[in-house]
Design a protein around this ligand. Structure first.
Ligand code: AHR
Length: 308
């Protein structure tokens, strides 16, 4: 609603409540839960009225949510697109309604980039490169072939596509590295465990390395590896992405070798972008999150400092 604050005689200031519609992907991972919390807390702190909708990992639910935000005439729409493609029609509807759209965390693949104003989040290709660079360095004295299995994220999602691409880019001219199997575990622990069981059944002791596109799938896979009588982190080197607390616990237990950071704490940045937009300021088209890499050896020291 519109409220008027009287600041002085003859001088009135408009104080409009800002409404933000946010379509979240779901609650598939520890990362996602931390991301949702960051958005909720920072909206509250910024005095922004947040309408948050959970799509339970389904694009059709996100499209519905965005349409409902348009119907409610929110000031700004933000969302983390579950997959990259298929957004043109609904983004066009938002544009026609003159509601600006901010992408957080994941990108969309559209020909017309005027359909969204800004994209804030990680560089997923770089995360994939960092994962592979750690492996190359770790195994630099090894002459034998190195057999890798890969747990991919959600099919068609930006992080799954880009993390695969960045990793492959680094190992492609190094013939000792071979990706034996690559399958989606949908970014969840349960699926990560299930697919790792299948990998172990098919490849047995041939597997030297697991590259998981997120920590949750790695944690699920660790269970499968232990149940198969092998030692995660030793018999099989494990690399994953996110750097959530669960990953640090696994590293401190010696079961995960390295995690590449992907920060979910996008809330404060999003709220200030929303305020800037409403104030008529122009946003940068791309805002990249700064992140690090945490090998097992640093886990105990870093753990107390982790915020998610
Ligand atoms: O888009 C970011 C990814 O989505 C995180 O790496 C993963 O854990 C989450 O589900």
């Amino acid at each position: 609603g519109l409220a008027l604050i009287v600041v002085g005689p003859g001088c009135q200031k408009e104080n409009k409540q800002i409404t933000l519609g946010f379509s979240q992907i779901g609650a598939e991972s520890e990362w996602r839960t931390a991301n949702t919390k960051s958005i909720e807390e920072s909206a509250k702190a910024a005095g922004i009225d947040l309408k948050l909708s959970d799509a339970q990992q389904k694009q059709e639910n996100q499209i519905k949510a965005i349409r409902s935000f348009i119907a409610q005439k929110v000031d700004v729409i933000a969302f983390s697109p579950v997959v990259e493609t298929g957004w043109e029609p609904v983004l066009r509807e938002a544009k026609e309604a003159k509601i600006p759209v901010i992408l957080t965390d994941r990108a969309v693949d559209t020909k017309d980039d005027t359909l969204w104003v800004s994209f804030m989040g990680s560089d997923f290709v770089e995360e994939g490169r960092r994962a592979a660079k750690w492996l190359v360095e770790k195994t630099k004295d090894q002459k034998d072939p190195i057999n890798i299995v890969e747990l991919q994220g959600t099919v068609g999602s930006a992080p799954a596509i880009d993390r695969k691409k960045g990793f492959e880019e680094i190992i492609k001219d190094k013939p000792q590295f071979k990706i034996l199997r690559s399958q989606t575990g949908d970014f969840t622990r349960a699926k990560g465990k299930e697919v790792m069981e299948a990998f172990l059944k098919a490849e047995g002791k041939n597997i030297n390395v697991l590259y998981a596109h997120n920590d949750d799938m790695a944690i699920g896979a660790i269970q499968a590896i232990e149940e198969a009588g092998l030692k995660p982190g030793k018999d099989i080197l494990i690399i994953s992405i996110d750097a959530v607390k669960g990953a640090f616990e696994a590293m401190m237990a010696g079961k995960l070798n390295v995690t590449v950071e992907c920060s979910p704490l996008l809330g404060p940045q999003l709220m200030s972008a929303v305020k800037d937009l409403v104030a008529g300021k122009q946003l940068p088209k791309r805002i990249v999150t700064e992140e690090g890499v945490f090998p097992m050896e640093t886990a105990a020291q870093e753990f107390p400092k982790r915020k998610y």
